[in-house]
Design a protein around this ligand. Structure first.
Ligand code: SF4
Length: 145
């Protein structure tokens, strides 16, 4: 069983109320091989919601800050924990998560300046899954799974 980002499965759960429909992911879900999860909604955030990015201080401590200046780290951490709980329940060893997201992004994320610039890093959910031995892919490198 795969954990997949709900927005890739065509669910309108993005911060702007839209989705990132991906045919490969939708087919996995239809075949019963993938479970769609949205960490930010699991963390208690609404749809639509404030756009957020990860900011790291000089000690490497990460916060998730909204465009409104509010600190949303607690909600993002809760969403990551809930997603990992679900992954454990269904025995998921792999996940396909939406690239660049402060929750789901894997390898590259926005740099915290809301300017569209990317830096190396993972979203909070991707990071937690990887640390616990789950292989995380994005919509950009999942086609050979
Ligand atoms: Fe998609 Fe993940 Fe953002 Fe939810 S948290 S909208 S699943 S990228």
């Amino acid at each position: 069983m795969y954990i997949v980002s709900s927005c890739l499965a065509g669910i309108n759960c993005r911060y702007d109320g839209k989705s990132n429909e991906n045919k490969f992911v939708i087919e996995l879900v239809k075949q019963g091989k993938a479970l769609p999860v949205c960490p930010e909604v699991l963390g208690g955030l609404p749809i639509p919601r404030t756009c957020c990015e990860i900011i790291a201080d000089k000690n490497g401590n990460k916060s998730v800050i909204g465009k409104d200046g509010r600190d949303y780290t607690t909600e993002y951490e809760l969403g990551a924990e809930k997603t990992f709980e679900i992954a454990k329940i269904v025995g998921a060893k792999k996940a396909i998560l939406k690239s660049k997201s402060p929750s789901c992004g894997c390898g590259l994320i926005y740099d915290g300046t809301f300017s569209g610039r990317l830096i190396e890093g993972n979203g909070l959910t991707a990071e937690l899954l990887i640390r616990n031995g789950i292989d995380v892919y994005t919509e950009n490198n999942c086609n050979n799974l």
